[in-house]
Design a protein around this ligand. Structure first.
Ligand code: DP6
Length: 345
């Protein structure tokens, strides 16, 4: 008998960044993210336990991709004690993303969370269990996702997630993310994230190399302390509709700190492009003139995420179309928003 499961899982954008890890994706500081809606991975897992060859085939966008196998095998080996069938079945993974691979849009977050969901789903089918997706189920999926890619553990919850032990939040854990939607004021549940594709090419540093840079950085301890404080501040700030100024301050400071850390290593990374800086300067000017509460954040790449309340969407989109498309690779941007989390298909 063979089994299969398909899930759609979104990317997420960190507001307070996870940058620095120990062991297998245990974070050095807590992070807080918005779950996205449009940037998703759609993954199908086919498992044949009767074929004990342990073969693995990974298809991406319909084409066989042997280059993706080592990362998926490494993931399987980390969770094989829980899902022993991973080592003794033939497995096919089929996946596609709705956004450019490795463009600094956290593709590992959506891909690994979608795969974790499929693995858990197939495991439930094998156990003959009714699929009750209760709190514990989602917590386990978040933990499995983390073992694939740290930020993936935050993708499994709607609207927002908090990952990592955070001061004063006793249910928080380094091992999995916790849902954060209930802690958000309405304005934050309806936030837009327009992602300006400054460069759609492969990013020049893997996040593993980026995290490793933190190990030798003299500023690391101060960074982890600041991130902890920023999670504490931001989680309080986002409970109120009337807090956009402080939200903006924390988000932008986090984004630039991430890149400042990358630039301050002995072997530094410079992931911003000239277009990234032009957009940021244009944004600061636009905000000062219009008083529209739009701000930016960055991932480990050159693309700019513009975050703003849905009520300002018309004016912001108009500004993007007239002023900012000139900085976008091929004029491309992705109109995303805070979303509902994964979906079984
Ligand atoms: C800059 O989750 O991609 O996007 O755990 O090594 O897979 P691994 O790293 P990854 O790191 C993401 C870093 C970041 C910030 C964030 O998403 O918090």
């Amino acid at each position: 008998m063979s089994y299969s499961a398909s899930w759609r899982s979104p990317s997420n954008i960190a507001l307070v960044k996870y940058w620095g890890k120990r062991d297998i994706q245990l974070p050095e500081n807590p992070s807080l993210s918005f779950t996205l809606s449009e940037c998703v991975s759609v993954t199908t897992l086919e498992v044949n336990p009767d074929d004990a060859s342990g073969s693995l085939a990974v298809f991406f966008d319909g084409a066989l991709q042997p280059a993706f196998e080592p990362k998926i095998r490494a993931f399987f080996s980390r969770i094989a004690d829980r899902f022993t069938w991973l080592n003794t079945s033939s497995i096919v993974v089929r996946s596609h993303n709705t956004f450019p691979h490795s463009a600094g849009i956290a593709s590992s977050a959506s891909a690994m969370s979608a795969l974790a969901l499929c693995i858990k789903d197939v495991d439930d089918q094998m156990a003959g269990e009714a699929l009750t997706h209760n709190v514990d189920w989602w917590q386990e999926v978040s933990e499995i996702s983390r073992l694939g890619s740290g930020s993936a553990c935050r993708s499994v919850f709607s609207h927002a997630a908090l990952w990592g032990q955070a001061t004063g939040i006793k249910e928080s854990s380094d091992h999995y993310a916790i849902p954060w939607a209930d802690k958000l004021a309405p304005v934050y549940k309806d936030f837009r994230d327009t992602i300006l594709i400054i460069s759609a090419g492969e990013k020049s540093v893997s996040s593993t190399a980026g995290h490793a840079l933190m190990n030798d950085l003299p500023y690391a301890t101060a960074r982890y302390r600041t991130a902890r404080q920023n999670v504490e501040r931001l989680s309080a700030v986002m409970q109120s509709d009337d807090s956009l100024d402080e939200f903006i301050t924390i988000c932008e400071s986090e984004a630039l700190q991430l890149h400042a850390l990358m630039m301050s290593g002995e072997k530094p990374f410079m992931l911003m492009e000239p277009g990234t800086i032009s957009v940021i300067k244009s944004l600061w000017h636009f905000r000062a003139e219009t008083k529209i509460p739009v701000c930016f954040t960055l991932d480990a790449g050159p693309n700019v995420h513009l975050l703003y309340p849905a009520s300002h969407a018309d004016k912001v989109m108009n500004w993007i179309r007239t002023e900012l498309v000139q900085y976008c690779d091929g004029g491309r941007f992705i109109e995303d928003r805070v979303g509902e989390g994964p979906e079984k298909i």
